[in-house]
Design a protein around this ligand. Structure first.
Ligand SMILES: Cc1cc2nc3c(=O)[nH]c(=O)nc-3n(C[C@H](O)[C@H](O)[C@H](O)COP(=O)(O)O)c2cc1C
Length: 244
């Protein structure tokens, strides 16, 4: 019996009589929701962990060299993406540049709610842009101010055992200077992988390098490229959608 259509196409229970006798129990069962296996989409959001004062338990990655897919996700962003974020860049613990060779820009708590309230912890990709105040653009090149590809970690950094939820964005670009305090705008377009614990710092660095390649490959798809021209960003005349 097809649990999705408890009543025959004629609308009559009797329509099933020639295929299978219907008992009262089977009729009742047919109206119960079908149990679904737990899926990634059903994982608690980062904000749900915060509300419960819990920190998700992360898997330890033992084999840092295990092959990973070089491109992930659908051909166009699917809900809950795209997710727009913005806020002033804050200092983290400084481990991104010191330990990992991967400087990250942290956003304040209120700026990460749009993603933490709808998404689970993990590593994400999208675009970001640094916007210095018009009167203080010193030290930035034109390249530094463009909309650039980014990878983002949302969670508790299990390798470092953080006690607070953070969102750290690494813009895939060599900046001429730091941009603490300046506004950053971002659009998150897809999920790459869960946050993991690692047996060594080198293993974490290796995975971050793969994340960057995966992000660049993912953003090459037309359905994602378009978002570099989104009105959430501050675009020059040469960067608007009509000039793609
Ligand atoms: C692309 C990317 C992937 C990351 N993946 C993990 C991870 O799997 N596990 C983890 O503990 N931290 C992960 N991190 C977070 C880094 O540990 C964190 O950004 C770094 O410690 C800098 O944090 P800080 O600015 O607060 O010092 C990742 C960061 C980035 C940018």
């Amino acid at each position: 019996m097809d649990l999705m259509s408890p009543i025959g196409s004629s609308g009559s229970l009797a329509a099933n009589a020639d295929t299978q006798p219907m008992t009262l129990l089977s009729i009742l069962l047919s109206f119960l929701p079908i149990p679904q296996p737990p899926s990634a989409a059903m994982a608690p959001t980062a904000a749900e962990y915060v509300a419960k004062h819990e920190i998700p338990v992360s898997e330890v990655k033992l084999d840092s060299r295990a092959a990973r897919p070089q491109i992930v996700g659908p051909d166009t962003p699917e809900a809950p993406f795209p997710i727009a974020l913005d806020g002033p860049v804050q200092k983290g613990f400084g481990r991104g540049s010191k330990d990992l060779g991967c400087p990250t820009a942290n956003l304040p708590d209120e700026s990460i709610t749009p993603i933490s309230s709808v998404a689970k912890t993990g590593v994400y990709y999208g675009y970001a842009q640094v916007i210095p105040p018009a009167e203080h653009p010193e030290g930035f090149s034109l390249e530094d101010l463009k909309v650039l590809p980014m990878v983002m970690s949302l969670g508790w950094n299990p390798f470092y055992k953080n006690e607070k939820l953070t969102a750290e964005i690494h813009i895939i670009h060599e900046f001429g200077r730091d941009f603490y305090g300046y506004e950053m705008r971002a659009i998150v377009l897809g999920y790459i992988r869960p946050e993991l614990d690692y047996i060594s710092r080198e293993a974490l660095i290796e995975d971050i390098e793969v994340d960057k390649c995966v992000a660049l490959n993912c953003l090459e798809r037309l359905g994602y490229k378009l978002y570099a021209k989104d009105s959430h960003f501050r675009l020059g005349a040469s960067e608007t959608k009509s000039n793609m």
